[in-house]
Design a protein around this ligand. Structure first.
Ligand code: GAR
Length: 200
């Protein structure tokens, strides 16, 4: 069966949506590893509850982004993963990750890319005053939050929204889109042509 690794840094609600979709049969693939850069990430508890192997690689234990990335890739490869999902992974991987898994690393991002790239996308959307933001599920390339887009969905910014309330509504959409993308990817249904991704 196809295997995949999930990388997460925080609460792991997107990881949970993926694990639930595996349990229900929506995703016909097996999680081989949950890897985090943060020893206290709630994602680790979710992985343990689901019986998925876990790995913790604190960024500060490495000399550089490159050595960190090499260690991440080694863990992911040794788990037997065919592809990788970044589900709230807040570290930028060096180009070696894309070389090891070309067009096979999926990321979810809480904005309509290319707007609000980076780690503070929801706060920046509020500060800018946009009335519509959303989420983007895409393949990563060597540039931050830049690779080919698989799917996007808009989420309105409501009067009185703060970062937390808006992010919660964005996550509701992510929890639906990301498992769908993982399910399709596991079945080899995406064809990538430059920046364009077609569902076949
Ligand atoms: C998600 O909203 C994801 O899009 C975002 O972190 C959140 C993780 O939530 N990722 C980024 O901002 C990446 N730049 P979770 O830990 O509850 O799944």
């Amino acid at each position: 069966m196809t295997r995949f690794a999930v990388l997460a840094s925080g609460a792991g609600t997107n990881l949970q949506a993926i694990l639930d979709a595996v349990a229900s049969g929506q995703i016909a693939a097996e999680p081989s590893l949950v890897l985090t850069d943060r020893p206290n990430a709630k994602a680790l508890d979710r992985a343990q509850a689901a019986g998925i192997p876990r790995a913790v690689l604190p960024f500060k234990d490495f000399e550089s982004r490159e050595t960190f990335t090499d260690a991440v890739v080694a863990e992911v490869k040794s788990s037997g993963a065919d592809f990788v999902v970044l589900a709230g992974f807040m570290r930028i991987l060096a180009p070696a990750a894309c070389e090891a898994y070309p067009n096979a690393i999926i990321n979810t991002h809480p904005s309509l890319l290319p707007a609000f790239q980076g780690a503070s996308a929801v706060a920046e959307a509020i500060a800018y005053g946009v009335t519509v933001t959303g989420c983007t599920v895409h393949l990563i390339d060597e540039e931050l939050d830049h690779g080919p887009i698989i799917v996007q969905e808009a989420v309105p910014v409501l009067p009185g929204d703060d970062e937390e309330s808006l992010h919660e509504r964005i996550k509701v959409v992510e929890h639906r889109l990301l498992p769908e993308v993982v399910a399709n990817f596991a079945q080899g249904r995406y064809r990538v042509d430059g920046r364009h991704v077609a569902l076949t």
